[in-house]
Write a protein that binds this ligand. Structure first.
Ligand code: UFG
Length: 334
């Protein structure tokens, strides 16, 4: 298939592009490089030995997006492009709503004009909000979030659902990710955010590399086995393969499907830190600090739907995730 990947130079996007190219798909990447580096495109080529088309554009730019659809006959789209920093979204809500919603609606309009009817959307476990019990299942209410970033995911899921109601021959797969960590085995691709990382694993990577002094674990008094928060961490390469499976499913189906991509296991912050220390044979300086606003104590996925519908399940261990994260972080530029 000819697959357009928006945000394809980003962390999850780049790993997904590698899997697409390896499976023989033609790939067109659009990315505005607002939170990604241009070198990533060369690294994808280096890893796969394949060519790809890259356009440095904002996918809310309708004319430029239209030109891309005119030049490539796009069969399906995987839509990653969007701002994703939870804390920043609280400070800059308008920017988040404008960017994330505009890019999606522009994309849908252009897809409609060109008769492209297959879309895989990068959603998040954040749509389950604070009130559902875990493990989260796809049929639970997914109508509330705790940050403007999270609300953009809820809203886009709604927009896509309404769009499919009006266009029943369209297929939209809403992939609800849990906590992707890890990096490509080559050490060439990984999570390398601009500025001080908000997420746990890139922060750990910079502490391990001596670029940040110590990790602060946010809260040690939660009602969890060791007092620290539990999350469902999954390897980014497993997540990338999940996109490939979702694309193959979308190619043969119509309608809208929300699907969790997680391992189904909860791991605590302390357990992750300990696993990182053990597999990489090092000590990580850390302190237990106060809780971070908005953090939920614990959540993980019920991953049965992904297995039943897509034939997908996570195969990498926590040790694989910690080893590959460090293999990338020790050589990362920032
Ligand atoms: N944490 C620390 N110290 C840090 C960073 C994080 O202790 O320096 C802890 C957090 O408190 C949390 C866990 O590590 O318990 C994971 O935090 P992340 O920031 O890595 O991930 P979150 O679970 O907060 O956020 C993730 C995604 C969001 C998504 C959210 C809800 O990054 O995109 O899950 O699904 F919205």
């Amino acid at each position: 298939m000819n697959v357009l990947v928006t945000g394809g130079a980003g962390y999850i996007g780049s790993h997904t592009v590698v899997e697409l190219l390896r499976s023989g798909h033609e790939v067109v990447v659009v990315d505005d490089l607002s939170n990604a580096k241009i070198e990533v495109i060369d690294r994808i080529k280096e890893i796969t030995g394949k060519r790809l088309h890259f356009y440095w554009i904002d996918c809310a730019d309708k004319e430029k997006l239209w030109d891309i659809f005119r030049n490539h006959s796009v069969d399906a789209v995987i839509h990653f492009a969007g701002f994703k920093a939870v804390g920043e979204s609280v400070q800059k809500p308008l920017q988040y709503y404008r960017n994330n919603l505009d890019s999606t609606m522009t994309l849908l309009e252009v897809m409609e004009e060109f008769g492209c009817k297959k879309l895989v959307f990068s959603s998040s476990a954040t749509v389950y909000g604070p009130n559902n019990p875990h493990p989260y299942k796809e049929d639970m209410p997914a109508i509330q979030s705790s940050s403007p970033y999270g609300w953009t995911k809820v809203m886009i899921e709604r927009i896509l659902t309404d769009y499919v109601t009006a266009h029943p021959d369209f297929c939209a797969i809403l992939l609800r990710y849990f906590n992707p960590i890890g990096a490509h085995e080559s050490g060439l691709l990984g999570d390398d955010p601009n500025g001080i990382p908000n997420n746990l694993m890139p922060f750990i990577g910079r502490v391990a590399a001596g670029k940040l002094e110590k990790l602060t674990i946010f809260g040690g008094d939660y009602d969890t086995p060791d007092g620290t928060c539990q999350r469902d961490y999954l390897h980014v390469v497993d997540l990338a393969v999940g996109h490939l499976k979702a694309l193959e499913y979308a190619a043969k189906h119509e309608g809208v499907e929300a699907i969790n991509l997680g391992t189904g296991n909860g791991i605590s912050v302390l357990e992750l830190v300990t696993a990182f220390e053990k597999v990489n044979n090092m000590k990580l300086p850390y302190v237990i600090g106060p809780r971070r606003d908005g953090d939920l104590p614990a959540f993980w996925a019920d991953a049965t739907k992904a297995k039943e519908l897509l034939g997908w399940e996570a195969t990498h261990t926590v040790e694989d995730m910690c080893r590959s994260s460090w293999n990338f972080a020790k050589n990362a530029s920032t």
